[in-house]
Design a protein around this ligand. Structure first.
Ligand SMILES: Cc1ncc(COP(=O)(O)O)c(C=O)c1O
Length: 394
């Protein structure tokens, strides 16, 4: 038996998306910039994908730029908007719980004279709108906010945060919707931001493709130079099959969203009941304002890395938080920002279910995880009493 409980890291490609993509990788392989018939077929497929994805988020097709994923979308949004507004100001505001795609991008810009403010969060990973408002000055040009956190699943109060930013004229808002888009109600006009990043592989689309929604009229400096693709906003031959897979996966996601959410909550809550029933295990992130399939905990007196590894050896795939930092042994910047000391943050464990997760997978994890967690807590406690492990060897 095995269980895949890491849907926040990535989801499997759904078969309908694969079926829609295959012709574009085989018979209809044309370059959408070519004038001949194969090129025109590819162009038609790309245009259709753009129109359908735009319709699904309440946008205009011309406002969509397809990218190589969420990371590139956020890079384009942040660097593109910051550079375009550089003459007006050099201050960027973000939160302390962003994905590295945002944090590393804003800090990279510091090398070029930009100044960055990271707004702190509470114990649940939520940003106080007052704190965000206080961080904005008349030299601020861009605010970048994560909608739902990938490590702890907390949903930020975006409506209120955006309302406070809007009190300052001329400040753009970028929303990292990579984790939120698969589960939350999403309409670009209702959100009232200027730029939104998406990634297909989080909603059962293909990996290596994403999208940036750019509100019409938003000044953005392209970050990749070359051809005239994507209305000069992102040069390079488009990933036609990827865009088609993204659009279809998102359309299907929207149709099934409410039923999926109910299912995910039920599965997640069964896992939660088991894990939180164990001594030394505590929920991280907000107890209610969180993504439906997302469970994150800390295990006291234990290493989350070691637990995730042991679970993997027994066929249960989960993570400590961010897939991107796995193996780096760094303490999560998200948990640090939420006020967890390093030794507690090292016990982080994340289990995330998805649309295709079965009851059997959850049952499996509910049997295996308690045993492994208990072993690791006992092992850690014994080593703490006797660092050389004499007692364990005896
Ligand atoms: C919140 C968030 N933003 C951005 C990204 C980056 O997306 P991608 O993997 O498509 O580059 C991720 C991926 O884990 C994420 O969780």
């Amino acid at each position: 038996m095995s269980a895949y409980l890491d849907h926040a890291a990535t989801t499997p490609l759904r078969p309908e998306a694969l079926d829609a993509m295959l012709p574009l990788l085989t018979a209809d392989f044309g370059n959408p910039s070519s004038a001949h018939a194969p090129g025109r077929r590819a162009r038609a497929a790309l245009d259709d994908a753009r129109a359908r994805f735009a319709a699904a988020i309440g946008a205009q097709p011309r406002e969509i730029v397809f990218t190589s994923g969420g990371t590139e979308a956020s890079n384009l949004a942040i660097k593109g908007a910051a550079w375009a507004a550089k003459t007006r100001g050099h201050r960027l505001v973000t939160t302390a719980v962003e994905h590295h795609a945002t944090l590393d991008t804003v800090h990279f810009l510091e090398k070029f004279g930009f100044e960055v403010t990271e707004v702190g969060v509470d114990r649940y990973g939520r940003v106080d709108p007052e704190h965000l408002a206080a961080a904005i000055t008349d030299r601020t040009t861009l605010v970048s906010i994560i909608w739902a956190n990938n490590e702890v699943g907390t949903i930020l109060p975006v409506a209120e945060l955006v309302r406070r930013v809007r009190e300052h004229k001329g400040v753009l808002v970028h929303l990292d919707a990579v984790q939120a888009a698969p589960y939350l109600d999403l309409d670009v006009e209702q959100l009232g931001v200027d730029l939104i990043s998406f990634s297909a592989h989080k909603f059962e689309g293909p990996k290596g493709v994403g999208a940036l929604w750019i509100r019409q009229g938003t000044a953005l400096l392209p970050q990749v130079q070359g051809g005239s693709q994507e209305r000069y906003r992102r040069a390079g031959t488009e990933n036609v099959a990827g865009a088609v897979g993204l659009a279809l996966a998102y359309e299907l996601n929207r149709r099934e969203r409410l039923a999926t959410i109910r299912r995910l909550r039920r599965l997640r809550d069964r896992l939660k009941e088991t894990l939180l029933g164990l001594p030394g295990v505590e929920l991280t992130g907000h107890p209610r304002e969180r993504l439906p399939g997302h469970l994150s905990v800390i295990v006291r007196d234990a290493e989350g890395d070691a637990i995730a590894l042991a679970l993997d050896l027994e066929g249960t795939a989960c993570s400590t938080g961010s897939a991107c930092t796995t193996g780096s042994h760094e303490v999560s910047h998200v948990l640090t920002a939420m006020g967890y000391p390093d030794d507690e943050a090292r016990g982080a464990l994340r289990l995330t279910v998805g649309r295709v997760t079965t009851d059997a997978e959850v049952d499996e994890a509910r049997v295996v995880a308690p045993r492994i967690i208990e072993q690791h807590r006992v092992g850690a406690a014994a080593l703490a009493v006797d660092p050389l492990g004499e007692r364990l060897r005896a």
